[in-house]
Design a protein around this ligand. Structure first.
Ligand SMILES: [Zn+2]
Length: 175
């Protein structure tokens, strides 16, 4: 379908966390941290601003966003972005981490960069899961379009759809 795909491994590393903690609740959790690659910072800022535009306040207090030289592939195809979240006893453990495939990012258009970052922040900031449904919607061109109902669809949204239906996708993301 699309040449590239976005996949996410929401890792539930309970046993690892248990190992790290020694299952001793007296040990402190790792401190929250924010570390964002300067090239990717504008997309994080836009995510926060888009949320504010529909009345949702988002404070980025615990997030790592960085490039990976090559994320490889999985069963869905080429992986261009990834979000890793670890949980311990139902709570987020450590710092949610987004990895963006650098060759993809450098070789694609601005709307695809935007939607991949948006998708991964949907996982790593809002803790959203994938959404697989489609909907029919009229665009500003007065034509009915069939589009993925969310940027949380597990593939890269077509740039033309992301652009034409930007307002819809913003409200869907932060509803
Ligand atoms: Zn995903």
């Amino acid at each position: 379908m699309w040449k590239t795909t976005v996949t996410t491994r929401m890792l539930t590393c309970i046993s690892l966390a248990c190992l790290l903690l020694g299952c001793n609740k007296e040990l402190p959790l790792p401190s929250p941290q924010v570390s964002i690659d300067p090239m990717l910072q504008p997309y994080v800022n836009r995510f926060v601003a888009d949320a504010a535009s529909v009345g949702r306040t988002i404070d980025i207090t615990n997030l790592i966003v960085q490039f990976a030289p090559d994320l490889g592939s999985d069963s869905l195809g080429e992986t261009v972005g990834d979000c890793m979240v670890q949980y311990y006893e139902g709570n987020v453990y450590g710092t949610p981490t987004i990895l963006i495939d650098r060759p993809f990012f450098e070789g694609t258009d601005e709307w695809s960069r935007h939607t991949v970052m948006y998708h991964e922040m949907g996982h790593c900031v809002l803790f959203r899961v994938h959404r697989f449904d489609w909907l029919s919607i009229y665009g500003p061109d007065l034509v009915e379009h069939s589009i993925a109902a969310s940027i949380m669809w597990p593939y890269v949204i077509a740039s033309a759809d992301a652009q034409m239906f930007e307002n819809y996708y913003i409200s869907e993301m932060f509803q």
